[in-house]
Ligand binder design. Structure first.
Ligand code: AMP
Ligand code: FE
Ligand code: FE
Ligand code: ZN
Length: 278
């Protein structure tokens, strides 16, 4: 029987669009016998302190993490950050600004919906967002609750999807700036789930820009994709990470414990962090 330890480096908490609290996630990690986890909330690091403290209590190693919404040459995608100082002033200031801009944008979307005759109370949208940074999914939920649309998907198809009448683009950092910011906060950056929709050219561009790693294990990657990105990471001498992208709740509820990487990935990540500090 193998006793190789594992890690899940892609988990969402209720500080973004996940369902579980940081404590519940640490408990789940213990249940699935993971040695280490990273909570990577969307553009938010407020879950980390609770996770660090409770992780120490339960003997689960918690690596700081975040999943940033970025853009590069007209493309929008997710960039993971790991091992940074969650209280770095510049980084914190950016995340605060980001949160404010998201709030302004949500209000603009709600105003557009209002002018289309679909009145949605902003309080309801914020209630849906809870701890997390407000986004279109919360507005979609509110539209459903107010009876303006048949379903979450209907809300996107008719109003909120890119190019639809209530669409407002979101504030995003350029990938290069985001990578620098993570680096300055003492962390490393990793291209999130490149197999989902990134395409080879963009991944190669990010490697050239100096991204530290590639997420190779992810529920959206089949065996061939994992192999492909793993070979690419090796060829460029970059890190490999991976995890479940667990959000809890309905869809994908069973991913935690199934999508994981050998703990050696964490050791390599820590080695790279140390090297950056030399
Ligand atoms: P935001 O960051 O506020 O632009 O919201 C992005 C999120 O909205 C994505 O992570 C998806 O969950 C959801 N989303 C975006 N476009 C669609 C779409 N066409 N259909 C369903 N969900 C979508
Ligand atoms: Fe998410
Ligand atoms: Fe993502
Ligand atoms: Zn994610």
């Amino acid at each position: 029987m193998s006793t190789q330890p594992f890690a899940d480096l892609h988990i969402h908490s209720n500080h973004s669009d996940g369902v579980c609290s940081p404590r519940e996630l640490v408990d789940k990690a213990a249940k699935h016998q993971l040695r280490a986890i990273a909570i990577v909330d969307h553009d938010d690091v407020s879950a980390l302190d609770e996770a660090f403290a409770y992780g120490r209590e339960r003997g689960i190693e918690v690596v700081s993490g975040v999943e940033l919404s970025v853009r590069n040459e007209g493309r929008e995608f997710h960039l993971l950050g790991y091992g940074f100082n969650a209280h770095d002033p510049t980084f914190s200031a950016h995340l605060r600004l980001f949160k404010e801009k998201r709030l302004e944008r949500a209000q603009q979307i709600v105003d557009k919906l209002g002018s289309l005759g679909m009145r949605v109370p902003m309080e309801l949208v914020l209630e849906k967002a809870g701890h997390g940074t407000v986004g279109r999914p919360h507005i979609a939920d509110a539209l459903v609750e107010e009876g303006h649309v048949f379903s979450f998907q209907d809300a996107f198809n008719r109003f909120l999807g890119n190019g639809r009448p209530a669409y407002v683009p979101s504030h995003r950092l350029d990938a290069r700036t985001a990578m620098e910011m993570i680096r300055k906060a003492g962390g490393v950056s990793v291209v999130a789930h490149p197999g989902l929709d990134l395409g080879e050219a963009l991944v190669l561009r990010l490697l050239k820009l100096g991204v530290d790693g590639i997420e190779t294990v992810h529920p959206s990657h089949n065996a061939a994709a994992t192999q492909y990105f793993s070979d690419l990471a090796r060829r460029y001498g970059r890190l490999q990470t991976g995890g479940s992208d667990y959000h809890g709740g309905g869809q994908g509820a069973a991913t935690l414990g199934h999508y994981k990487v050998p703990y050696t990935c964490v050791e390599k990540l820590i080695k790279r962090l140390q090297k950056l500090q030399e």
